[in-house]
Write a protein that binds this ligand. Sequence first.
Ligand SMILES: NC(=O)c1ccc[n+]([C@@H]2O[C@H](COP(=O)([O-])OP(=O)(O)OC[C@H]3O[C@@H](n4cnc5c(N)ncnc54)[C@H](O)[C@@H]3O)[C@@H](O)[C@H]2O)c1
Length: 318
Amino acid sequence: MKQIHRAVVAGAGTMGPGIAGSLALGGVRTTILSRQASSAAAGLELAQKQLLQLEQNGILSPEQSSKAIGLLEASHEFEAALPGADLVIESIPENMELKQEWIARVEALVAPDTWITSNTSGLSITVMSEKAAHPERIATTHFWNPAHLMPLVEVVRSPSTSSEVVEGLRELLARCGKVPVVVHKDRPGQLGNRMQMAMVREAVHIVAEGIASVEDVDLAASLGFGLRLPAYGIFEHQDLVGITSFQVCDYVTRDLCNEPGAPPLYQSMYQNNALGAEPGKGFHDWSKKDPDAVRGRRDRWVREFLKGPFGATIRPKS
Ligand SMILES: NC(=O)c1ccc[n+]([C@@H]2O[C@H](COP(=O)([O-])OP(=O)(O)OC[C@H]3O[C@@H](n4cnc5c(N)ncnc54)[C@H](O)[C@@H]3O)[C@@H](O)[C@H]2O)c1
């Protein structure tokens, strides 16, 4: 199996620094690559801050965080940073053309067996790699946001991706303290986002139909089925409840929204520039809510999980 000693993470935005920090925790010397020296430096600073925060919260030992910080660097020089990399992960904007151009640029600078992966949230890796010289070494590694905290990474293969690359990525991610899942068929939304978007569509429909309020939909998800999900999967629940669960599924699904595309209420919010925290109005009224406080609550929750007995089983070990 190919050993990954040196990686490049392209993109120093929301996701890149957390991905780079995770690779460093797995012992990989990692360069955060951005188009400008200042943004590469800011990405490096953020990755270091995230690792120190994990240490301050007792999730990493001081040795683990300092070793990982020592493996991180920043660059804006593509021609210098890419040759010699064993793995290149892109986390640049979600645009197919841009990502295809990126792959062509990387392939011109790295060895034919360098693994190349995309952090796409749902673009087809098959289409992304169709013009590549070596599509067998290309896959998706979809980290969840925030990448330094969330354990899950979806490894999506195209029909051309080699099994060696898929297995190698799975092994590497586990070494980094992540929990990889393999998606064998490249379909929109990959795995998690298919389930999440099925739920979003129904949640919007529930509000549009007047079945329940936005606030109560959020509470039902967080404090009902959502609260037990980290310890108890969807299929474990179905199997343990047995016949009743089948019956509920069979009659409830007949009444669920099956609108293709985002449901009408969501479409009209889009038309009216009401897509959330940024314009100040969305499902919630963001003139009365602080988006950073809500993100902070989310991050605190995940950190508490990682600190606890369940998290201990998935933290990086060395
Ligand atoms: N934000 C999320 O919640 C999230 C979660 C999972 C996956 N993703 C995926 O990760 C990828 C990046 O998302 P993000 O939210 O970090 O984006 P972002 O906009 O925060 O960061 C993108 C980075 O790419 C850089 N960039 C832009 N064009 C470039 C180019 N041509 N070459 C090199 N770098 C370039 C930008 O300067 C920026 O640093 C997308 O594919 C996105 O779908 C995002």
